[in-house]
Design a protein around this ligand. Structure first.
Ligand code: MG
Length: 334
């Protein structure tokens, strides 16, 4: 099979800067990829790298797309370096001719986790999210001193109704001692899981903490690509895997891995546009791909409906992607 490949780059300012372990993040850059088959069918993909998570850079992604521009065969698309997970995700997405992609059952839906800001600001946002109906929350920790944040944790838990769930994300910020203090505190509190308590390279420490404390641990930065997730699983990781499909490689391969191994996954956003998000949701809402709340509750990232897609409420279902028009975004980039 042959296609004609074209790509266009995009740059969008984030409506509100996101705080990450690497500082403040103010804009999202990426590529839209268009594959036109000989029969006229057109598919779009999105390359949304996060180099601070260990993915390829935008420049590396663009260099590969440049070499594939014009007439391209399946063999050429398949030969992209496995390390370029974002490009491979986008190419696999664009190859799915419209209407042929697997659709989840019409009644498939999954709760969404609302992201709370770090620090005391979480307490200000929480009532609004509860009023919107969110029942799953994620709070960023590892930003301030341990005692200060543990005090805030109790304030947040006290503000949550008993049926709501809270997950914590340290983004690898803790050393062993603060991690142990936190996990001991979480053992007595209703915390769903603690994400990436220590840096991704601290393999032995992560396995040790998972063994020594009852609260569930999740890997995020440690499992950016599918190969890394497979490796942790092979070494015996039985905790949660936070998978950002836009970074992990072809989504069908990731989904096959989850089905085959029953890995405990949280599907999560890599701050991609609604184009990639619609494709991700089409796949991950399948009932055999997990039950945990989706990590897509980031609010309107860009403050532009065309790039954000429909508002994301406390439940996502298969109809969400119907409000996404990839071709219009493509045309707007010309
Ligand atoms: Mg995380």
């Amino acid at each position: 099979m042959e296609w004609t490949l074209a790509y266009r780059s995009y740059r969008r300012t984030l409506r509100a800067p996101l705080r990450t372990a690497h500082g403040w993040w103010r804009e999202r850059t990426g590529l839209l990829v268009r594959l036109a088959a000989m029969d006229g069918a057109v598919g779009f993909g999105e390359v949304a790298p996060l180099p601070e998570f260990g993915t390829e850079t935008l420049a590396e992604a663009e260099a590969v797309c440049r070499t594939l521009t014009g007439r391209v065969t399946a063999g050429a698309l398949d030969s992209v370096d496995p390390k370029l997970g974002c490009v491979r995700f986008a190419l696999a997405m664009a190859r799915e001719a419209p209407g042929t992609a697997a659709q989840p059952p019409a009644d498939a839906r999954r709760p969404v986790t609302a992201l709370l800001p770090a620090g005391a600001a979480a307490l200000g946002v929480l009532p609004e999210r509860l009023a919107e109906g969110f029942l799953s929350f994620k709070w960023k920790v590892g930003v301030a001193a341990v005692d200060e944040e543990l005090g805030l944790l109790d304030d947040i838990l006290a503000a949550l109704p008993p049926y709501a769930r809270l997950r914590l994300d340290a983004n690898g910020a803790w050393a062993r001692r603060p991690a142990e203090r936190w996990l001991a505190a979480c053992a007595e509190r209703p915390v769903e899981f603690v994400e990436q308590p220590v840096p991704p390279g601290e393999r032995d420490l992560l396995f040790g903490l998972a063994r020594d404390f009852p609260v569930k641990l999740a890997l995020d930065e440690a499992v950016t690509g599918l190969a890394a997730a497979r490796a942790w699983q092979a070494e015996g990781w039985t905790g949660v895997f936070v998978i950002k499909p836009a970074l992990a490689g072809p989504l069908a391969e990731v989904a096959d891995w989850v089905r085959a191994t029953q890995a405990d996954v949280v599907w999560s956003s890599a701050v991609e546009s609604c184009v990639a998000r619609a494709a991700i949701l089409r796949t991950v809402l399948a009932p055999d791909l997990g039950t945990r709340a989706l990590g897509f509750g980031l609010g309107a990232l860009f403050g532009e409906r065309a790039w954000d897609g429909p508002a994301v409420g406390p439940l996502l279902d298969a109809s969400w992607g119907a409000g996404v028009a990839a071709e219009e975004l493509w045309n707007a980039l010309s």
